[in-house]
Design a protein. Structure first.
Length: 195
């Protein structure tokens, strides 16, 4: 029996992609990662269990994770990004980019300066290696410093994770469609793969 596979996942563009709402970087990497990724973690968001569940155990061989617990550690890891990035790296993941700087036990001026330098280094490395960068932000004054090229909205629903304007939801072995799906059928060709 033929099984119908319909996948909806947002486009991750070269440049900085802001993942807003309820980010799930593991599922984004599981669907999109072809070569390697470097993950600079803050807020303990990197979960190898969730990463393996989203992309299979082989994905763990392609994702390199560095963890920071203070603003200075995060700054230091970002200043040394080029030591971790190779020609095989395609995605840089930095969840809660401003978290540790917003909560830092240093002056707000010093925290802001460290954050500016961190953004500058991320941008420099991104441009040098033509990377796709996935970031999320927490509330705070520093969040307005980030310039991004693409925004990806994510949220949890009773039918699973939703990204952007989603046309399909999986419900067990069934597919649930939405009204925007039927509207798009009138204007564009929908590609369905068979497995």
């Amino acid at each position: 029996m033929e099984k119908l596979l319909v996948e909806f996942s947002p486009e991750i563009v070269e440049g900085i992609n802001l993942v807003a709402g309820e980010p799930d970087f593991q599922s984004l990497l599981g669907k999109k990662l072809e070569r390697e990724a470097v993950w600079i973690d803050s807020g303990s968001q990197a979960s190898t269990y969730r990463l393996a569940a989203a992309g299979g155990e082989k994905i763990l061989e392609k994702v390199y994770i560095g963890r920071a617990f203070t603003a200075l550690q995060h700054y230091w890891l970002c200043q040394r990004l080029e030591e971790f990035v190779t020609e095989e790296t395609e995605i840089l993941v930095i969840p809660s980019l401003n978290l540790l700087y917003e909560e830092a036990q240093i002056s707000s001026e010093e925290s802001e300066e460290l954050f500016k330098q961190t953004l500058t280094e991320i941008k420099r490395v991104r441009e040098k290696y033509n990377l796709k960068v996935l970031v999320s932000l927490v509330d705070g004054s520093l969040r307005f410093m980030l310039e991004y090229k693409n925004r990806i909205e994510m949220e949890s629903t009773s039918e699973g994770r939703k990204t952007g304007e989603q046309h399909f939801y999986r419900k067990g072995m069934q597919l649930q469609t939405t009204i925007p799906y039927w509207h798009s059928r009138k204007t564009e060709e929908i590609k369905l793969e068979t497995v």
